[in-house]
Each structure stands twice: as C-alpha cells, then as structure tokens.
Design a protein around this ligand. Structure first.
Ligand code: HQG
Length: 181
C-alpha cells in the first residue's frame, strides 16, 4: 500500500470518526467508539478499500496518533477533533504556563475581537510546542501563532483537558489571555 493511499484512508477515517459517520452508515457510541469489523465492511462497500491489517498499520503509524483502538481491538475512535458531540472522557489537567494556538493571519483581527472560539469543533485546540502550532496554522493560510496564558486561565477556573494524542483542549480563550507573537 502506498503512502498516498494511507493518507487517503486516514482522511476518510477522520471524516467518518469525527464528523459524518452517516456517510457510510456506521454509528458512534456516546464515547465516540465504533465497531472495527462494521467500519471495515461499510468502508469497503462505500469504495474505500482496506483490511484489518492496514487499519492497524494506519492507527499505529499515524504521526499525530489521530485514532485509537480499545484494549480488545474490536472498537476504534478518533482521539480528538470531533464536530459531533461525544464524550471522550477527558479529565481536567493543569496546563503549563504557556500554550500555543496556530491560526492564519486573516483570522487575527476577529480573534482579537472575540477571543478564540471552538467554531465547528468541540473545543479550542492548543499545543505545548510552537512548531506544532505553526503547522496547524499553515492549514488555514499564512500562519500566525498566539501565546495563550494557560496557567493564568487555569487559576481563573477555566478547564483544560489533554486528548489521548496530547492536544490541549479548552472551551474558549478570552482575548485578555492572548499574547501576540
Ligand atoms: C479560528 C488539526 C476567527 C481558529 C490540528 C482556527 C488541530 C477564529 C479556525 C485540530 C476565531 C478553526 C484543530 C475567531 C477561532 N475569529 N477565527 N474568534 N476563533 N478561530 O480546523 O485549531 O490534523 O476547527 O484559529 O492539528 O485549526 O485534524 O481548528 O484557525 O489539532 O488531526 O478558526 O485539527 O488536527 O479551525 O485545528 P479548526 P484548528 P488534525
């Protein structure tokens, strides 16, 4: 299987496990899990062909660890990034002093107006390193990185979570906690 095919399947998995399971007629439970055999069968029927071995390979090698199996390997879910409402079972974590948010220059004015909002996702996504934030920003255009005064937010009773793949999540970031880099 080629790298190109793997990326194609991985994007398809993001679509059905985060946003539109109905595209292929699978269901996610309240914690985002879906049956592995059912996923493979329905994806194949839909024309996205892969077997169990390939799926395991994709989950294991995905650079951002976007997907995870349960302990018995019969269920799979996306670790974060959902637009549909599911309960991932996050626990509150104390963040470091500073977290980063990568966005595009074209959004900066609006963000300074209203703060960081979760938009279509379930959370605002933050990263602990600058490099990741730059990459996230590049997806939207010319990257721009905000420093977020995370510890200060935490002390002011904002909740922070970490996903299985180490993305920091929070509900919103008011402008006063943003420093422009
Ligand atoms: C922006 C990827 C205007 C926000 C990444 C962002 C991440 C505002 C965009 C994950 C705004 C939403 C999430 C405001 C926020 N005015 N724009 N008030 N508040 N925005 O894609 O954080 O590859 O939903 O800055 O690595 O870019 O999918 O969020 O630019 O972890 O695994 O609205 O997705 O992971 O865009 O990315 P997104 P994001 P995956």
């Amino acid at each position: 299987i080629s790298e190109k095919q793997i990326i194609h399947i991985s994007k398809f998995l993001s679509l059905v496990l985060r946003h539109q399971p109905e595209t292929i007629g699978i269901q996610l439970d309240q914690n985002g899990w879906t049956d592995v055999d059912d996923l493979i069968e329905k994806a194949n029927n839909y024309g996205i062909k892969f077997d169990r071995e390939t799926l395991i390979h994709i989950v294991a090698t995905n650079a951002k660890k976007r997907f995870a199996f349960n302990d018995t390997f019969d269920k799979i879910r996306a670790s974060q990034g959902h637009s549909i409402e599911i309960e991932l079972g996050y626990t509150n974590h104390k963040p470091p002093e500073i977290l980063f948010h990568g966005t595009a220059e074209k959004f900066v004015k609006s963000i300074l107006d209203t703060g960081l909002e979760k938009r279509n996702r379930q959370h605002v996504h933050l990263s602990s390193d600058l490099e990741t934030a730059i990459k996230v920003g590049q997806r939207h255009g010319k990257p721009f990185v905000f420093e977020v005064f995370a510890k200060q937010m935490y002390n002011d009773n904002f909740q922070f979570y970490i996903s299985d793949n180490s993305v920091w999540l929070t509900d919103n970031v008011p402008t006063k906690y943003l420093k422009q880099n």
